[in-house]
Design a protein around this ligand. Structure first.
Ligand SMILES: Nc1nc2c([nH]c(=O)n2[C@H]2C[C@H](O)[C@@H](COP(=O)(O)OP(=O)(O)OP(=O)(O)O)O2)c(=O)[nH]1
Length: 141
């Protein structure tokens, strides 16, 4: 008898920040040397052991942008199946608690009007995040 081993898929939880400041939203361009090269994302990253989404996000933003953030609102979780793993993107609307951004990982950042967000080449999972952010803005008004 042939046994087929179906292994559990790796699930990677990635909190990310939709950072608002003066009516604009921050988009980060991924490094050419990383996965999804030169695509645009909301800054954030994989959790370390024992971290909550919020703790991991604050740490990642500190590491990537050298700023402190205040978390305002959690948006719906969205997933991206990459075949060998599933990325679970956990987006939070955030504001800056400190102002001087220094980039350590991204190629560049842009501050965009919310309606201009779709003009960039985002990672696939972020298209849902942008839509969910629009839904959040329309309810807030
Ligand atoms: N931070 C962030 N990551 C995203 C977004 N959309 C999206 O698909 N991702 C993916 C890219 C990465 O594979 C993963 C985040 O992990 P990471 O920030 O540690 O990046 P990495 O290149 O070192 O990770 P990896 O793909 O090499 O495992 O989630 C997003 O909007 N923000």
């Amino acid at each position: 008898m042939i046994e087929v081993l179906v292994s559990e898929k790796l699930v990677v939880r990635v909190p990310c920040a939709v950072i608002e400041h003066n009516g604009k939203v921050l988009a980060g361009q991924r490094s050419a040397a990383l996965s999804f090269p030169l695509q645009w994302e909301f800054p954030g990253g994989k959790l370390e052991k024992g971290e909550t989404d919020e703790e991991g996000l604050v740490r990642e933003i500190r590491e990537e942008l050298n700023v402190e953030i205040e978390i305002i609102h959690k948006l719906p979780v969205t997933t991206k199946d990459q075949g060998w793993r599933e990325i679970v993107l956990v987006p939070f609307v955030c504001q800056l608690a400190t102002l001087d951004i220094t980039l350590t990982e991204h190629e560049q950042i842009l501050w965009l009007d919310p309606e201009d967000l779709p003009s960039l080449d985002w990672t696939e999972a972020d298209l849902s995040v942008i839509q969910d952010y629009y839904d959040y803005l329309s309810v807030k008004k």
